[in-house]
Design a protein around this ligand. Structure first.
Ligand code: SF4
Length: 384
């Protein structure tokens, strides 16, 4: 049926919009042809470009803008929201995401979102966490291969083995784990509340899984004896003290901020250590002249957009899993409603208890001191 037979008095712009939505819904495969950068799309996306002009060259915008426009139109038409992790590239983080932040922030936003469809612009364990907290919503991940070296380092069977080996010792798992692993633990934690979660259990010994370096960094901050696992983030484990020395030599006065998934000697050589949100808040509050974030590359780009007067030096350790998510596959995900994340209900219910316990911790419990730098190394029992 021709559009002009059904447009019921719509003006030209409305007809064009309806045609675009119709083609977005029905084009169930990513278009082999790049979408066109029309004057209308240039106008509609101009305010978004203004936001990211400091980190995306003008010449690249023509390649991004049509897909950004198509995603934002289709998202509205579907009633979907996009959750963008801090390690997404700026065109995803700033131009199509409805909620942004670290994995805990995104999980909270997923639970509060007034939308039936959630597209997770992040990795698989994050999409599972959204599904755990929102069992009645459709949660989509644009690429099923978006995994995580930490999450893949441990299984539910490994946790059951540890519980047998250390009977009665409470188990804390980092949110960077699968639903199977969360289902076996007592409570979850993130890098911003790990110390407080461990101490909230009032136990002399705690099993803290699966990140060896996070466990060692937490151990410097508490008297609780820590048992952990030899899991590592393949991005953060690569940073070394020599990297920091070189950065300081080349950039006198630079402020170095490190993520607690980094080795303890890297944390000790930094000026500040904290989670993704803690680092971002530090930059906002202190506005250093120049800074380096010892973490995934895209985080610096995203924080730079919000702090244009800070000069960021960007040593690049990309997360190959996070980089699986692109504008093209986000659009494809919305067009085809793929790939839907499902979790066996019994596992999801047990995992929800662990995630919810963390979310329900009183604000006063999680507001304590985070990581301090220059701490002497502490012993951790590692099992693998
Ligand atoms: S940055 Fe590290 S922890 Fe985060 S998804 Fe990549 S591998 Fe996993």
């Amino acid at each position: 049926m021709a559009l002009n037979q059904t447009n019921g008095g719509m003006n030209g712009q409305e007809v064009q919009k309806e045609a675009l939505e119709t083609s977005l819904f029905h084009n169930l495969k990513p278009s082999p042809e790049p979408l066109a950068y029309t004057p209308e799309i240039a106008r509609a996306t101009a305010p978004l470009y203004e936001k990211v002009a400091g980190v995306i060259p003008k010449i690249e915008w023509a390649a991004y803008a049509p897909t950004i426009y198509a995603i934002n139109e289709l998202k509205k038409a579907r009633g979907a929201v996009i959750l963008g992790h801090s390690y997404m590239t700026p065109e995803i983080y700033h131009c199509v995401s409805d909620f942004t932040g670290d994995s805990l922030m995104l999980a909270r936003k997923a639970a509060e979102a007034d939308a039936d469809i959630i597209v997770q612009a992040g990795v698989h364990f994050m999409a599972e966490t959204s599904k755990i907290l929102c069992p009645d919503k459709t949660v989509l991940i644009p690429d099923l291969r978006a995994g995580c070296s930490l999450a893949e380092s441990i299984t539910g069977a490994d946790v059951r083995m540890l519980k047998k080996r250390y009977p009665g010792v409470p188990v804390v798992t980092y949110v960077n784990t699968s639903a199977d692993v969360k289902a076996e633990c007592d409570i979850c934690c993130t890098s911003s509340n790990a110390v407080q979660v461990v101490e909230s259990l009032n136990a002399p010994r705690v099993i803290l899984l699966p990140d060896e370096f996070l466990a060692k960094n937490v151990a410097t901050m508490t008297d609780v004896e820590i048992i952990s696992w030899k899991g590592r983030c393949e991005v953060h484990e690569k940073f070394t003290v020599e990297d920091i020395t070189e950065l300081r030599d080349a950039n006198p006065g630079i402020v170095v901020l490190a993520h607690p998934e980094c080795p303890p000697d890297v944390m000790a050589a930094s000026d500040f250590a904290g989670s993704t949100s803690d680092m971002s808040n530090y930059v906002k509050q202190h506005q250093p002249e120049s800074a380096v974030l010892i973490t995934e590359c895209s985080m610096s780009d995203n924080v730079a957009v919000e702090n244009p007067q800070v000069d960021f030096i960007r040593p690049c350790n990309l997360c190959p899993h996070m980089k699986r998510i692109t504008l093209d596959n986000i659009l494809h995900s919305l067009q085809t409603m793929t790939f839907e994340v499902t979790i066996e209900p019994e596992i999801a219910a047990r995992a929800r208890v662990a995630v919810q316990r963390m979310i329900d911790l009183p604000a006063s419990t999680v507001a304590g001191p985070k990581f301090r730098i220059n701490q002497p190394a502490a012993d951790v029992t590692l099992v693998a």
